[in-house]
Design a protein around this ligand. Sequence first.
Ligand SMILES: NC(=O)c1ccc[n+]([C@@H]2O[C@H](COP(=O)([O-])OP(=O)(O)OC[C@H]3O[C@@H](n4cnc5c(N)ncnc54)[C@H](OP(=O)(O)O)[C@@H]3O)[C@@H](O)[C@H]2O)c1
Length: 391
Amino acid sequence: MSTLTIGLFGFGVVGEGIFQVLSTKPGLQAVIKRVVIKHPHKTRNAPQHLFSTDADDILNDPGINLVIELIDDAEAAYHIVKKAFSKGKSVISANKKMIAEHLTELIRLASECNVSFLYEAAACGSIPVIRNLEEYFDNDLITGVTGIINGSTNYILTKMAKKNLPYQEALKEAQANGFVESDPSLDVYGLDARNKLKILTLHAFGMVISEDKIITKGIQSITEGDLVFAKEKNLVIKLIATSKVNALGALEEVSVLPAFLPRFHPLRLTDNEFNGVLIGGQLSDEQFFYGKGAGRYPTSSAVLSDISAIRYGYKYEYKKGIKQSDKVLPSKSKVFVSLSRDLPELDLSVFGAVVETYRNSHYSYTVLETTLQEIKPLFDLHGVSVIRYLD
Ligand SMILES: NC(=O)c1ccc[n+]([C@@H]2O[C@H](COP(=O)([O-])OP(=O)(O)OC[C@H]3O[C@@H](n4cnc5c(N)ncnc54)[C@H](OP(=O)(O)O)[C@@H]3O)[C@@H](O)[C@H]2O)c1
C-alpha cells in the first residue's frame, strides 16, 4: 500500500491523538478520510465534515484501505473489525478487551481475508513488546514475560505509596490524566492486564489461554496497612502480570496479581503510568523494556508504528503457533494475606503452610507457602488482600 486512506473509529484520548499526529506529519502519506464517533453533538478539534455516526461511511467506502479502531466499546469494535476484514480492509486496533475475547477468530478471519491486523497499542502502550516477541525473539526460546502492563493501576499504586493519597483520590487523578479505561473496573480488578497478558502469552509462546485460566486479582483490596507493611520491609507493591513456561515448554504460570518487589528488582523503577516488561530468554537471559503504558501520545506512537508497518504490508506471522493451551501447572509461591478489622478470624492454614502471622486490634496478616491455585478462593472475599512475594 503506497498511500493509506484511513477510516478512524473513535475520537477520544487515543483517536484524537492519532488524528493530531497524522495532521502534522504529511510525509507519512497517511490521510484520514472519515472519522466515525458515537455522539454527533460533541465539539471536536477537527473539521466537522470528517465526522459521521454511521460505521458504513467507512466500512462501505472502497477508497478507504485502512481502518483504525479506537473506540471504548468492545462489542461494537468486534463487529466493526469483522466487517472491515470482509471488505478487504486492514485493521489497527488498541482494543485489548475485544482482541483478547476474540483472539483466535479475528486472527483466522484476517488471514482468510488476506489483510493485516496489528494491535501493538493493545499491550503496554508505547513499548514495542508485541513486535519484539513476534520478530526479535523468534529464535531465542522465551522462558517468561513478567511485567507491569497496566498504567492506571501502576499510577494509583505509585500515588498511594509515594504521596500517601487515598485510593479514590489516586484513581480520580489517573482518570483526569486519561490513563483509565472508561470502565475503571477493567483496570482495578486486573482485567485489563489479564487481556493484555493473554495477547502477550500468544506472541511469546504461541499459546492461547482462556481468561478464566489466568489467575487474576487486581488492586481493589490493597489497604493502607499493606502499604505500611511494605514500606517497613523495604518492599514495593505493584500489579504484576506473569506468563512462564518450564523447560519442557508447558505453561507453569499465567497470572495477574499484586506483588511485593524486593529492593533491587528491575520492575521497581517502573512508577506512575509507565510500564515495564522483563522478557526471559534461554539465550538472552533477561531483558527489560520500559516506557509509557497509557496516555494520548504514547499510545498514538504505537498506532503510528503499526501504520508504518502496514504501508509495507507487514502482518504478524504467529510463527510459534496459535494453540489453545488451558493447562497451567500449579505454581508454588510465598503469599501475604491481610484481613480488615471487621472480618472474623479466618483459618488460613487450609490455604497453605503458615510461615508467619500477626494480629493487632485493627489489622492482621499471615504469610503462607502455597500455590496460586490453592489461594484463589480468597481472591473474591471482601476485606481480604492477597499479595505474592517476588524474588
Ligand atoms: N487511553 C489510553 O491510554 C489507552 C491506551 C491503550 C489502549 N487504549 C484503548 O484504546 C481504545 C480507545 O480508548 P480511549 O481512551 O481513546 O477511549 P475514549 O477516550 O473513551 O474515547 C472513545 C471514543 O470511542 C467513540 N465510540 C464509542 N462507541 C462507539 C461506537 N459504537 N461507534 C463509534 N465510535 C464510538 C467515542 O465517541 P464519542 O466521542 O462520540 O463519545 C469516543 O470518541 C480503547 O479500546 C482502549 O482500551 C487506550
